[in-house]
Structure formats: structure tokens, C-alpha cells
Design a protein around this ligand. Structure first.
Ligand code: ADQ
Length: 749
């Protein structure tokens, strides 16, 4: 329904209610007035005839009293009057006397205070013969004392008529008022709407902007721009895929080379047991997301060469072409000494920044020696970027918290570079970030970028709050930018995702077959209910809480003992750090305890596989599972959740997902739980295991449609398109300032 009509209906209903309320108040008030008026009239009538009435009582002859009472009822509103003795006997009656309010009935009210107390006036309203009457019981006395009392019955019909008149008057007045108010509102709304749209149209056509409309206008233009660019990218719109991303790159960035920089490399060369060189795909969300982008765009990926056989395969420039069979793009490897890796990677990045950014109850440790290594290694990466760039304004995508200082370092050498930073983990609140002794340097380093991306708007807000608190800069909350030394850095949410379709599914057998082979591999009967967890062994992933939830499930629902098995694939991670070694032991201890407690015969409830698994194996497990539980205590996005959804083309299986993941904001059809609440998590696993097929299908279908649409190509496409826009703007302002400088020099000469 249109807004003005809604408003009108509300207005009229409001006025109607108001009228009715006002009428009730007026009715109550006039009724009070009438009753007081009638009581007064009764008193006056009785007082006027008081000496005659007293004489009538004193004479003891009813006829005398009756003569007096006849005088009293001459007033047309007095319908009847009775003279009553103090003991309740009727002495004389003239006119109407209601049967159940005769002298005997009224006497107790007049003398109700008991012997010795003065008699009191009694007032009462009563329905009689289709109308209302007002009755008063009035004591009569003379100098010798109380003689009796009179009951006066007065007609109230006139009061009711007056009430009806005032009600009609009020209703008419309010109706007219409502009509006028509605008309005025309609006219005002029409006029302002017409003026507003005219102004908006004028401005959209390029007219003058007013303050009122500027933010709205910018949003509308951005939206139109977004839609147009997306449409124009491939001429037909539709789903994002590698081709469309390539076209977007060509269109917005003229096919320029992309340089990705991250600590982790997408392909690691290792020696196997026989000394042959093997390629491994690391267990890393960053790599999972970015590798398909690099396949689509080609270019160079600069990363730490961490594999034992990495040096053996690079050329003289430390480059190797990958993927091994396709050779689409180059990895440029940066070599680090053991000390540097210790200080930069394990120390500052993973003992400092990682726990700082995740609410997972592990204290960050900041050592100045680690910080020095961190700075040096960032410089090393920045130098590698400048060496690989080849042009003075390359497009550089810097990934994650290991390289926070690199954007500024690159900017110093290549001021025209388009540097995009993406932070794959959460950004903490400003208070929390403030505990880092190097907070100013980190923020300043990051702000060397042209754009900074986070998974969620909440992380963007936290980042801007941190800048606001700790750095000299201007925050432009309208355009979501930080301006420092005249340069601006856009801060935007770009929720990361997967390639679609996932390439690892290509050669995999259908889900029922995967299920059969996985159960066989685990030595489990075909009717086993299978749960799966897939993570790096990291304390932020809530693996301990996950196994405890399995324990709680078996405690609360013993019918699952013997039937439910939970397999945890846990890739060892950062094992050089004590906290990770402790976690490894603690996870093993919990699994062992639960297995001792609930294991019977061959039945082992928790199967813990602490090893790296290549992606096809991981996807086979996703396809075999009845339930996948992602229980992160804090997670930027979490791609395991999306991988599970992508793997289930049979539309079966249930995702139980921690509310503390970025993914929970998107995959709302998962069973979203608080992983700290073991009862809730156990309940969700039980619900998942007994969920009807139809419901599983409906939930998965919706989540699959979401991940398919919001895939990694769209993520990269949007980011690169925004970068393209920035580049055009920067180039234009660069050309302008060159011209000004030239004109200035000419004028000086
Ligand atoms: P990660 O913390 O690495 O990523 P996540 O997004 O869940 O976490 O990705 C993990 C990846 O590693 C997945 O592709 C998964 O298949 C793989 N993996 C996990 N366990 C494995 C195992 N045992 N063997 C082999 N592979 C395994 C960081 C952030 C996340 C963010 C990503 C991407 O912490 O919040 O989603 O970056 O931005």
C-alpha cells in the first residue's frame, strides 16, 4: 500500500478513537453535573416546603402531609414524592413511587450511621419505565428533632436528551475536523512529494545538489553504476564465473596485470618419502578463495616459499608457473630465514595479531624483536611487489594480517599503485585493538592502501573506530573512507566466498557413493549417522567445544550411542607455538575421554584424524556426512561451511553453524548455534540427525542458491570494479595536476 494512503487510514482511525474517547469523557462529566444538579433541586424543593412538611409530619394526619406533597410535585420534573416516618412507615405518597425504593427500603440508607448519628441524605439513579429517574432521600427535622424523611423522584429523561445532543454535536465536530485534517495532509503530502521528486529528477539529470539529497543521490548513482557495470561487463548479466570476471577485469582495468601478495602460497612443493617432489594444496581459507581468482585473471602471486622443495622448482627470478599442469600464473617466492619466520610469522602475526583479532580467550603476545622482523619482512614483500609490478601504477591485492605494513611501503615507492588490502580475519573493537603497542604503525601501514576490505560491515566499523581513536585523520562516514594527508582509503565489506562450481567436485562420485566409501574406509555400518568437522587445528575454531557438544549429545540422547559417529579432520597448524601444541593435546584428550565413556565394543563415537587432507578427500567427507558442525568461537567468514553447502548437490545433510562466524550472516538456513552452549549445540545436532528429507532439501537448496550467486568471482569482480573506478579517478586527478603544474611553470617562465 502506498505511504500516503496508509498515513490517511492511520490518521482517520486515530481521530475516530480520539472522538470516541472525548465523547466518553464528556458523557461522564455531564452526567456528574446533571446528578449534582438534581440533588440540589431536590434539596431546594424540600427546603422550600420544609415548614409545611414538618407541620404535616407533626399533625400526624396523612391527609395534611399529602396536601403539602401535592404542592411539591407541581414541578413537572418531579415525578413523585413520599413522606416517610423515621421508622420507615409510609405516611403519604403523591405521584410515582418505585416499588423497591419505598420508605421501608430507603430508611436504612438515611439512618444507616446507626442510633445517635444524624441521618444522611441518600441519592440514587434508577431505571424506571424505559427511562432513568433520580431519587433523593432527605431527612426532615424541626427544633424538636427528626420527624422523618421525604423521597423525591425526579425525571432524568431531559439529561439523557442533553447527553445525546452533546454526543451528536461532538461526533459531527470531530468528523469535520478529521475530514479537514485528512484533506490538508493529502494536499501537503502531494505537494511535498511532487516537489521532492521534481528536485530529485533534476539532480539525477545533473542539476544542482542540495545537502538534503546528496547522500541519497550518491547511493542512487552508485546503485545505477553498479547495475550498469555489472550488466555491461558481459552484456547479458547473469551468474558470475571465471569468464565474466576476466571480462570485468578487461573492461575496468584494461586487462592489466594483477599482483597478489600473501604469506601463504597456493601450491607448496614438498619431498615425499621417496624424495620425489610433490605439490600440496595448503589448508587455508585465503588460498581456497583466491586461487580461482588468480586462475581467471593470471598475473603474479607473491608469497613466502615455505615448502622444503620450493627452491628446487623456481627459475632465476624465484618464479614458478602454476597450476602445475596448466601454468596459468606465476608464483614469486620470497625466502625467509628461520629467525625471520619465527619473528614475523609465528611471533608477531600468530602470537600477537591473530589472538588480538579473535575473541577466543588467548592472550596476545607482543615482542619488540618480533615486531622488527615483521617490519623487515613486510618491506621484503613490498620490494618484491615493486620488482614484479613492471608499471608505475600496478594493481596489487595484499592479503591478510601478516602484511599490514606493506601497503604504505608499496605506496612510498609506487605512489600511483592501486593497492587493495583484504583482512581475512575479524577486526576487533577499538578498545581491544588498543592493547597492541604498535597500533599506530599498523593502522598507518594499512592506510597506504587505496581500499581496505573486510568480511562484514561490523569489522569495517570497528576498523574506522580504531582509526578514529588512535590516528590523526578524517573519517568520512558517508563515503566510508579514511582521509589522511589528503589521500583517502575506502573501507568496504566484501564477504568472501568459493568458486562456483567448486572444481574439486568434478571428478567425485555422487554423494551416496561417497558415503558408502567413507563409511567403508572408517569401518562403519551403512546405517551410521555421520557427523563431520573440518578445520585447521586452531583454538578459534572451537574444536574442543565441538567434541564436548558430541559428548553432551550422547549424554542427553543415549539412543544415538552406537549409531552416531563424529569424524574430525584436523590439519595441524602453527605447531611451533605452545598454545597450538596444547590445543592439539587437549583435543586428543577430550576425544579419548568421550570414546572411553561411550565406546562399546567396536563403536568409537569420535574419530580424530589429525592430518592434512587434500581437497578431494575433504569434499568426499562433506558428501558422506549427515551433519557438518562448524563451531568457531570467532571467525571472519569460514569457508568450510560454504564448502559443505557446495558439496551437497544431492540436497541432503544439515549444516550446524556457529553464530560467531561471518558465514552465519549469510547461511541463515543453517541451524545457527552458540558453540559455548553445549546443550543448544547438542540439541541442534540431534535435530539435524532427525530432520525430514524435505526440510534438509529446502534449507540446502536456499543456501546453495546463495553461495552460487555470491561466489568468489563476484567478490573479486566487485572489488576490482571498485578499484577500476578509483584508478580512473586517480588518473584523472593526476592528469589535472600535471596540467596545472605545466601551466604554472609556463607562467613562471
Ligand atoms: P581459515 O582460518 O584458514 O581462513 P576457513 O575459511 O574455514 O578458515 O578455511 C579453511 C580451508 O582449509 C578450507 O578450504 C578447508 O577445506 C581447508 N581445510 C580445513 N581443514 C583441513 C584439513 N584437515 N585438511 C585439508 N584442508 C583443510 C581465514 C579466516 C576465515 C576466512 C578465510 C577466507 O580465518 O574466517 O573465511 O580466511 O577469507
Amino acid at each position: 500500500m502506498r505511504q500516503p494512503i496508509k498515513f490517511l487510514i492511520l490518521l482517520v482511525s486515530g481521530l475516530g478513537l480520539l472522538t470516541w474517547g472525548a465523547f466518553l469523557v464528556v458523557q461522564e462529566t455531564t452526567r456528574g453535573w446533571v446528578e449534582r444538579d438534581l440533588a440540589l433541586r431536590a434539596r431546594l424543593a424540600a427546603n422550600g416546603a420544609s415548614s409545611a412538611i414538618s407541620a404535616g409530619f407533626r399533625s400526624g394526619k396523612p391527609a395534611d402531609l399529602r396536601t403539602v406533597l401535592l404542592d411539591v410535585v407541581r414541578d413537572e420534573r418531579i415525578l413523585g414524592v413520599s413522606g416517610c416516618a423515621a421508622d420507615g412507615r409510609t405516611v403519604a405518597t403523591v405521584g410515582i413511587a418505585p416499588a423497591h425504593f419505598g420508605c421501608a427500603e430507603v430508611a436504612p440508607f438515611v439512618f444507616h450511621a446507626g442510633a445517635g448519628s444524624p441521618p444522611m441524605e441518600w441519592l440514587h439513579v434508577e431505571a424506571l419505565r424505559g427511562g432513568k429517574v433520580h431519587m433523593s432521600g432527605l431527612p426532615v427535622s424541626d427544633e424538636s428533632g427528626f420527624l422523618g424523611f421525604v423521597i423525591l423522584v425526579q425525571d432524568m429523561g431531559f439529561a439523557e436528551r442533553r447527553e445525546a445532543q452533546s454526543r451528536d454535536f461532538l461526533l459531527t465536530a470531530f468528523f469535520l475536523l478529521a475530514l479537514c485534517a485528512s484533506l490538508v495532509t493529502i494536499v501537503a503530502v502531494r505537494l511535498s512529494w511532487r516537489g521532492w521528486t521534481r528536485q530529485l529528477q533534476r539532480m539525477l539529470k545533473g542539476g544542482e545538489e542540495t545537502d538534503e539529497f546528496r547522500p541519497l543521490l550518491r547511493d542512487v548513482r552508485e546503485l545505477v553504476d553498479d547495475i550498469m557495470t555489472e550488466r555491461e561487463a558481459d552484456g547479458e548479466g547473469g551468474a558470475w564465473n571465471a569468464d565474466r570476471l576476466r571480462r570485468t577485469l578487461g573492461r575496468n582495468l584494461h586487462g592489466e596485470k594483477i599482483v597478489i601478495v600473501s604469506n601463504r602460497e597456493p601450491y607448496i612443493h614438498e619431498h615425499d618419502a621417496e624424495g620425489r617432489i610433490q605439490v600440496r594444496h595448503p589448508a587455508s581459507g585465503l588460498v581456497t578463495a583466491l586461487e580461482p581468482v588468480m586462475r581467471a585473471c593470471s598475473g603474479v602471486w607473491i608469497a613466502h616459499g615455505s615448502g622444503a622443495a620450493d627452491r628446487a622448482v623456481v627459475d632465476a627470478h624465484d618464479r614458478v608457473m602454476v597450476p602445475p599442469d596448466e601454468k596459468i600464473y606465476a608464483i614469486r617466492r620470497v625466502w625467509l630465514s628461520e629467525q625471520e619466520e619465527q619473528g614475523y610469522y609465528y611471533g608477531f602475526s600468530n602470537e600477537g595479531l591473530w589472538p588480538l583479532c579473535h575473541v577466543a580467550h588467548t592472550r596476545p603476545v607482543f615482542r619488540s624483536a618480533d615486531w622488527n622482523h615483521y617490519r623487515e619482512v613486510n618491506q621484503r614483500f613490498a620490494d618484491a611487489v615493486c620488482a614484479e609490478a613492471g608499471i608505475e601504477d600496478p594493481i596489487v591485492l595484499i592479503q591478510d594480517y601478516h602484511l599490514a605494513l606493506a601497503p604504505r611501503m608499496i605506496r612510498q615507492k609506487l605512489p600511483r599503485a592501486t593497492v587493495i588490502g583484504f583482512w581475512h580475519i575479524p577486526w576487533p573493537s577499538a578498545e581491544r585493538f588498543g592493547i597492541c603497542p604498535f597500533r599506530v604503525e599498523l593502522l598507518d601501514g594499512m592506510l597506504g592502501a587505496s581500499m581496505l576490505g573486510f568480511h562484514t560491515q561490523a569489522h569495517c566499523n570497528n576498523f574506522m573506530d580504531s582509526v578514529d581513536r588512535y590516528l590523526e585523520s578524517r573519517i568520512d562516514r558517508e563515503s566510508h573512507a579514511v582521509i589522511q594527508h589528503g589521500r583517502s582509503t575506502l573501507i568496504r565489506p566484501y564477504p568472501i566466498s568459493l568458486e562456483w562450481p567448486v572444481r574439486w567436485l568434478e571428478g567425485l562420485p555422487p554423494a551416496p557413493e561417497c558415503r558408502r566409501s567413507v563409511l567403508e574406509e572408517l569401518g562403519l555400518p551403512p546405517d551410521t549417522l555421520l557427523g563431520v568437522g573440518v578445520d585447521r587445528l586452531d583454538y578459534t575454531k572451537g574444536i574442543e567445544e565441538r567434541l564436548l557438544a558430541v559428548e553432551r549429545l550422547l549424554e542427553l540422547r543415549p539412543e544415538f550411542i552406537g549409531r552416531f559417529v563424529f569424524v574430525q579432520l584436523a590439519a595441524p597448524s602453527r605447531t611451533a607455538i605452545d598454545r597450538y601444541r596444547d590445543l592439539n593435546e587437549s583435543v586428543a584428550a577430550i576425544a579419548k575421554r568421550v570414546n572411553v565413556r561411550f565406546g562399546v565394543g567396536a563403536y568409537v563415537p569420535i574419530v580424530l584424524r589429525r592430518a592434512h587432507h587434500e581437497p578431494p578427500v575433504v569434499f568426499r567427507y562433506y558428501r558422506a556426512a549427515d551433519v557438518c558442525y562448524v563451531s568457531s568461537l570467532d571467525d571472519g567468514m569460514n569457508l568450510v561451511a560454504k564448502e559443505f553447502v557446495a558439496a551437497r548437490d544431492d540436497e541432503r545433510g544439515v549444516l550446524v553453524l556457529s553464530q560467531f562466524t561471518g558465514a552465519a550472516r549469510e547461511l541463515t538456513e543453517a541451524l545457527v548455534v552458540n558453540p559455548y552452549d553445549l546443550d543448544e549445540a547438542a540439541g541442534a545436532i540431534a535435530a539435524a540427525l532427525s530432520m525430514p528429507d524435505e526440510e534438509q532439501k529446502a534449507r540446502l537448496r536456499s543456501m546453495r542458491a546463495f553461495v552460487a550467486e555470491f561466489n568468489i568471482y563476484r567478490w573479486a569482480g566487485r572489488m576490482l570494479r571498485d578499484a577500476g573506478r578509483l584508478r580512473r579517478r586517480d588518473r584523472l586527478s593526476g592528469r589535472l595536476s600535471d596540467r596545472f603544474r605545466a601551466a604554472f611553470r609556463e607562467a613562471e617562465a
